[in-house]
Design a protein around this ligand. Sequence first.
Ligand SMILES: Cc1ncc(C[n+]2csc(CCOP(=O)(O)OP(=O)(O)O)c2C)c(N)n1
Ligand SMILES: [Mg+2]
Length: 893
Amino acid sequence: MQTGEPAGAAPADIELDKQEWREALEDILACYGTQGVQEILASLGNWCAEQQLPVRVGNVNTPYLNSIPVSQQADYPGDLELEQRLENILRWNAMAMVLQGQDAGTGVGGHIATYASAATLMEVGFNHLFRNQSESYGGDLVMLQPHTSPGIYARSWLEGRLSTAQLKNFRRELQPEGGLTSYPHPRSMPDYWQVPNASMGLSTPTAIYQARFAKYLENRGLKPRRGGKAWCFIGDGEADEPEVLGTINIASREKLDNLVLVINCNLQRLDGPVRGNSKIIQELEASFTGAGWDVIKVIWGGGWDRLLAADSQGMLRQRMEECVDGDYQRYSVLPGDLQREHWVDGNPELEQMMNALSDEEVKQIKRGGQDPEKIYAAYSRAAANTEKPTVILIKTVKGDGLVDAAGSNTVHQKKNFDTVQRIAIARNFGIPLSDAEIERAAFYRPDPDSEEIRYLHARREALGGAIPERNSNCISLAPPPLERFASLLRNPSNRPQSTTMALVRILSILMREDGLKQYIVPIVPDEARTFGLEALFKIAGIFSLQGQHYTPVDADTLVAYREAEDGQILQEGICETGALASFLAAGTAYSIHGLPMIPFYFFYSIFGFQRVGDMIWTCGDMLCRGFLIGGTAGRTTLNGEGIQHQDGHSQVIANTYPNLKSYDAAFAYELVVIVREGIRRMYQQQENIFYYLTAYNENYVMPVMPESEAVAEGIIRGGYCYSSSETIESSQIHLLGSGSIMQQVLAARDQLETLDYRVSVWSITSYNELYREAEFCERQARLHPTEAAPQPYIKAMFADTSGVYIAASDYMKTLARSIAPWMPASYQVLGTDGYGLSESREELRDYFEISAEHICHTALVQLLRTQTKGKRRIQSQIDALGINPDKPDPALR
Ligand SMILES: Cc1ncc(C[n+]2csc(CCOP(=O)(O)OP(=O)(O)O)c2C)c(N)n1
Ligand SMILES: [Mg+2]
């Protein structure tokens, strides 16, 4: 209370005032509709603000009740009794999959409780909402909770899409008759799963940006406007992941009416309650309301309707508000009489109300998530939304139907039940198997002609076919001919440029290429100017579903900031997760939409793998295609920026993504060759790979591409000889360079040549490709010891050479060291181990020991070690370099 304020009114008086205000609002509603009520409340809010009152009009929370009143509930379109029978069969089979695995003693695990809580949510969707693509409909993308996978498999088995052997081999992918992957993984089941989601939290941005990308395609005229929704199901515990609430604003800002997020609020996560002391549904309602979503709460099952209708004094409502989730979780395990006691809590009026129910009825009374009619009402409202994204918060019971385990804190990990429990659960579900069959958790499938199976098929047929199902039918695209890139191959202007600029030029050429240009999707976080991409703003436009409602400050310039409804560029703001989700949406459009979109995502290389590595892993799993471009690469080339910006390890991490091809090119023509090859392999050959290219911001004159087939092949395979003083065979020193550090290598070569050494320079475009191919050959040799062993390319490269070998890159030593097993013994590696620091490029290269002087020094030291003649001369050359042997080790700083 503010000082000087009057004391609060007596409760009775204020109740009277409240009643009067409500009546006044009823009049306003009758005269002016909802808009009128809104205006009145807004004007009251403004008045409070003018008075400096710490009061906010309009609550982000509504009462702890269903958002859709009984009077507005849509009629249920299905056969409830039959659907319940079907659901029970699915529940049993889903559980049986996990139990069979336990009985076999394989220890492969599995989950039962999540599906048990979500079964009804999913069944209502499968029977009535989730629609496939057709002539007249764009198709729904359905992403269910990862731990509900047994239920999804059980359904597909009933539909005849999966074999019994597969079901038996849940989590046993290597079994000869086939098996099933634990969670949705398109990589493991490319005809089935569409979107991976086992890493909690990532499916929300994935769904949001998939929904947005569908609009992008429609707005650019690439996809017909035939509707289609993204349905994404997540857990209430999962909603704590920052990626979930961190990306919801974009969905409302862009008015993604094609997005429905369903949060299964079973009030529990793995260890216990999600919000024992408060209410997760209310908390999420506030967050999503604040973010501008439509929020639909499904809290109470139909059994409560009668009680709530009789609650004229609001006692029951008040009790519902007072109880916290910890209480609700407890109610789900208590017998009816004890539940009653807790609900009533000594209140005689409540006691009288609750007396209308027997103890058994109290126990049986359902939550919203167990009531298909309530769920359908919410889903059908969400499906009809044409203005905003919708979140549906549905209260369920974790482990529902699992006799003693439901609602317990340990239920998430529950994987086994004893015989008595198995029989109790199966009988409860009405499964007509013998006790012996139940004991061994046999699957149950009714006759194909049974009412259940016919209904199951009829519903999916009416909705356009099976879900989930993944397609990969897409037209092929060929890369433009090499000549199209003549300006990059021959560099007629001789003007210094960086590899980043070269990539931007490649992109511009692709964006002008007929037959290809419409499919190019440039993506940037808030860094377009860093990479020199701003010139594309005006030409291609920045995609914005709202268009541009202002005159940009730079409207008169050639590089005006142009937002457009059909813009081609995705400028994602400072949100690498969102930008990666856009990359994922574009790079999987060949499968989701049948369109060969080619994303080029430019980002600060340190904010890629290190920042959103798990999203990139998702790209690999989802068979995403496209080019990831790590700009401002290199620990020393990005000068001044210090520890958190200078990337010396992204290439190392990139090697951990098996289907990612990673390159660290030195010259513009190398990039042309790599990008053309990428387009050929991903979009012409339809290979499920993607590319990571590091690009630097150091300017130098790009050399002309040598006219040799071997060079083009070497660029792709990971390395080739760039120059030799005389011949490769006569070289005494071999320098391996990559990226910007190639310039230091070339300077070192010049210095060594003035000392009369013969030097070959090798451009290593990809240590990772060299390493992988050599490992492949090693394995072949190990498994086929009696056959002629294939020679690794790296060995072939240096087969006829001798001398000393020094590698230098702007990356950690381990990158170049990875090929050491196949290199001659005198191979030495220089790299940038240690944290970056704020310094000039020159100082940094000296500090990390990758400067031309350090390269010369290392070559001379190696010569000293390996040569028997001229040692004194070499030592004096080393001394003349003046390298401080006691300089601090950057790796230890
Ligand atoms: C990023 C990540 N962290 C942790 C896990 C392990 N994990 C799997 S399920 C789970 C609990 C899920 O709880 P909730 O989201 O509430 O789903 P519910 O099973 O209750 O429906 C956890 C912690 C994971 N899969 N991903
Ligand atoms: Mg949960």
